[in-house]
Write a protein that binds this ligand. Sequence first.
Ligand SMILES: Nc1ncnc2c1ncn2[C@@H]1O[C@H](COP(=O)(O)OP(=O)(O)OP(=O)(O)O)[C@@H](O)[C@H]1O
Length: 248
Amino acid sequence: MSQPLLKAESLTIAFAGIKAADNVSLEIEKGEFLAIIGPNGSGKTTFLNLCTGYIRPVSGEVYLEGEPITGWAPRRIARQGIARAFQIPQLFTDQTVRSNLLLAIASRQGVWDGLKPLARRRYQEEADELLELLGLSAHADAIAGTLPEGLRKLADITLALALKPRLLLLDEPTSGVSALERFSIMETLMNAMRTKGLTALFVEHDMEIVERYADRVLVWNSGSILAQGKPAEVLQDPRVVETVVGVA
Ligand SMILES: Nc1ncnc2c1ncn2[C@@H]1O[C@H](COP(=O)(O)OP(=O)(O)OP(=O)(O)O)[C@@H](O)[C@H]1O
C-alpha cells in the first residue's frame, strides 16, 4: 500500500499550560482536499505550524511520504514540498503580480540561475502557465497591492504553487472576500488543484465552502480532533453542531 502523503503521529504542544495539540494523529492521502474547522483557539493554526516547522512539538512526529520531518527548519520543509499560503497574502505589494511570481520561482531554483537568459525564459513560461491556471493572466502586469482581495488571494496561491509543493496548506482561502467572490475563488482553486493533481489542507470557517468543496473534514476542539469524515455527515453530527456549526 502507498504511504499517506502526510502523517501526524501523537503530536502534542502546550502554551502556558493549555494544550494546543493534544496527542493529535491523522493521515492525509494524495489528491485529497481536506478542510479543518473548529472554534477560535482550538488549535487549527497550531497544527499547520507543526507541519511547516514553525513550531516544534513537545512529543510526536510528522512524516512526509514516510520521511520524518519533525524539527526541520521551515525553509527545509518548504523545499521538501509543504507550501503554505497565508491568511494574509505575502505578496510584495509594490511589485507586479508576474514579478512576484518570478521571484518565487527563482527562490525555488536559486536566484543566480534566474539571471541566465535561458533560465529566465523558462521561468517566464512557468509563471505565465501558473497565472493562466489561477485566472490571473489579465492581471499579470498589475501592481500586486492594487488587486482586489479575491485576486490577491489567488496571486498568493500562485506563489505557493511556484514551489511545486506536494502538499498545499491554505489558511482561510476565502476570508475577507465578498459572498459572490467566494465561490468563484474556490472554483478556480479546485480547477487548479485537479489540473495539477495537488493535495491541499485548508482551514475554513465557512461551512458552505466546506460542505461544497472538501473531500473530508477534520473538526478541531481544544487541541484534539473531535470528528472527521465526509462533510455531509460530519456537519450534521450533534457534537459538531454544538461546538462549531452552531457558533460559526
Ligand atoms: N505561539 C504561540 N504562543 C502562545 N500561545 C499560542 C501560540 N500559538 C497558539 N497559541 C495558543 O494555542 C491555542 C490554539 O491557537 P490556534 O491559533 O492554533 O487556534 P486556531 O484554532 O487556529 O484559532 P483561530 O480560529 O482563532 O485562528 C490558543 O489558546 C492560542 O492562544
